[in-house]
Design a protein around this ligand. Structure first.
Ligand code: ATP
Length: 508
């Protein structure tokens, strides 16, 4: 039997070979739903059929949101049966889904008793589905309080409630669970314990490709707030050819300088105006790191940030745009004429189809997996300067978009995308980058950047370059002729009406 195959059990039901049930365990407000959603996003990105089964959603659908905390009390016999029925309805649907070919089902519920966990193991064993538990343990009161305030008080359970009343009520809900909660001690089970939001991870009996991937993914997760920006490369001297790897055109340098000025001013404005967040880790100012590929136009766009001591620029070859293969230098019309069958196949499956000797979006997504894990791990703010295809893939991942949508995502030129990961989703703003630069000695700057790129040739896939600040400063000294007065505040630019607030400036 091979992973990916469907097979029949003795009862005649069909199951996916290598199917995994991921079962969350933990008290309320421990991040079970947040972990379920992130993990599902990641596994789908890997091409694994994944679905989250949320017991909380089943409860809300079956009995509505009007429940008192008494409902959750494990000593309340009157509601115990109903709670079990709801949990089992969710479980039955999950088992049914495995029969339809599902590979990974994620059971998002509290599953806090040993008895319930043994029942689940038995049920999944009967249908040859591997059970893996993820227990999230948190005894840091600051994290718990921040979790309640950031997501629980705005849950459907508390619509119309006073915020403090909702917090107090949710804390009572947690207290109801505490006496009946036992941590996993059965070492025959496969489990991962995530302690205090990733401070410590304990792994037991995880095996196989998928479970190893899941464990590694969990080790990268954290709950510190951060912002991810995306901007496209500047225009190069040869836009038609991938192979030429042409340097930036003067207009590209101008754009790069505008981008830098805008990002720096935006961050300054945000730092002075941002209200205090509910997260316990949000007080420290975050550094900005710029990630770029080793393609000349990307790197040279990002290199404009090198004259800022506090900004690190990282060059990563995996961030290179899709290789167009034999279609390099060809217009879309020429490709249609020369490869009509390939074009039909590409239209039918734009994500997975690969033109001759080219990379598909699927290939690119695979190449970007390590960037994704690094993005999850990263606690600084990151600006990714890259080609449209690369931004489409990374943006698609962060927003959990289906692969079919990725090839046609619109990532406009001259726009800065700001994506803030939140507990369950992302918040997004788009800013038009204003043209604030008056005069720059482009030829001199271009020559210097070319020399710099020459010092850092395209790196092999496994190697990344960290560019020391001293290199950035040496470019700045005597070569750029931008005066600080030309880099005006974005709030004063006519292209953005009413300043930078989300309400006035986003393009979408
Ligand atoms: P409930 O049982 O009420 O559904 P839950 O355990 O599913 O609660 P979430 O709704 O996921 O809790 O809580 C989200 C909050 O948990 C977010 O603020 C998120 O930042 C935080 N969080 C995410 N991962 C963890 C973790 N490993 N430990 C603690 N908190 C986390």
């Amino acid at each position: 039997m091979f992973p990916g195959q469907l097979y029949k059990t003795e009862s005649g039901r069909l199951f996916h070979a290598g199917a995994n049930a991921i079962i969350l365990v933990g008290l309320p407000a421990r991040g079970k739903t947040a972990i379920s959603r992130s993990l599902s996003r990641y596994l789908r990105w890997l091409g694994v059929q994944t679905k989250v089964f949320s017991v909380g959603n089943y409860r809300r659908q079956i009995i509505g949101v009007e429940v008192t905390n008494d409902f959750f009390s494990p000593v309340n016999k009157a509601t115990a049966d109903l709670r079990l029925k709801i949990a089992n309805a969710c479980l039955d649907d999950m088992v049914q889904w495995f029969t339809e070919g599902g590979q990974v089902g994620i059971l998002d519920g509290s599953n806090t008793t040993e008895e319930r966990r043994q029942e689940l193991v038995k049920r999944f064993k009967e249908c040859n589905v591997h059970a893996m538990f993820i227990e999230t343990i948190c005894d840091n009161p600051d994290i718990i309080d921040a979790n309640i305030r950031s997501v629980k008080v705005s849950s459907p359970d508390y619509v119309g409630w006073d915020k403090q009343d909702a917090v107090d009520d949710f804390k009572r809900r947690i207290e109801n669970h505490v006496p009946f909660y036992t941590t996993i001690t059965d070492l025959s089970l496969t489990f991962v314990k995530v302690i205090n939001a990733g401070e410590r991870i304990i792994v037991n009996k995880a095996q196989g490709f998928l479970q190893s991937k899941i464990v590694y993914y969990l080790t990268n997760l954290h709950i510190s707030p951060r912002t991810i920006y995306f901007a496209r490369n500047g225009i190069s001297l040869n836009e038609q050819s991938y192979k030429a790897d042409a340097p930036l055109a003067p207009a590209g340098h101008r754009y790069a300088e505008n981008l830098k000025n805008f990002v720096l001013t935006l961050r300054e404005n945000t730092a002075t105006s941002s209200p205090s967040s509910t997260s316990p880790q949000s007080e420290t100012p975050r550094q900005l790191t710029v990630w770029t590929s080793s393609r000349k136009r990307s790197f040279q766009t990002a290199a404009h940030f090198l004259d800022h001591e506090e900004i690190i620029v990282r060059q990563r070859s995996v961030l290179a745009d899709r290789n167009p293969g034999v279609c390099d230098l060809m217009t879309p019309q020429e490709i249609e004429e020369k490869y009509p069958d390939e074009c039909l196949r590409a239209k039918a499956d734009p994500y997975r189809h690969r033109l001759p000797r080219a990379e598909s979006y699927y290939d690119l997504a695979n190449r970007l997996e390590k960037v994704i894990l690094e993005l999850e791990r990263e606690k600084n703010d990151v600006l990714i300067v890259a080609h449209e295809s690369v931004i489409r893939c990374l943006y698609g991942y962060l927003n959990g978009l289906p692969e079919s949508e990725i090839p046609s995502l619109e990532i406009p030129e001259g726009v800065l995308l700001e994506v803030v990961p939140t507990a369950y989703n992302t918040e997004e703003r788009r800013y038009k980058i204003p043209d604030t630069v008056a005069s720059v000695n482009w030829q001199q700057q271009s020559a210097n950047l070319m020399a710099l790129a020459g010092n850092f040739p395209a790196s092999p896939m496994h190697m990344d370059h960290y560019l020391p600040d001293s290199i950035g400063r040496s470019i700045h000294d005597g070569n750029t002729t931008i005066s600080s007065s030309t880099a005006s505040s974005p709030t004063s630019t006519p292209s953005i009406s009413g300043g930078l607030s989300a309400a006035t400036s986003p393009l979408s």
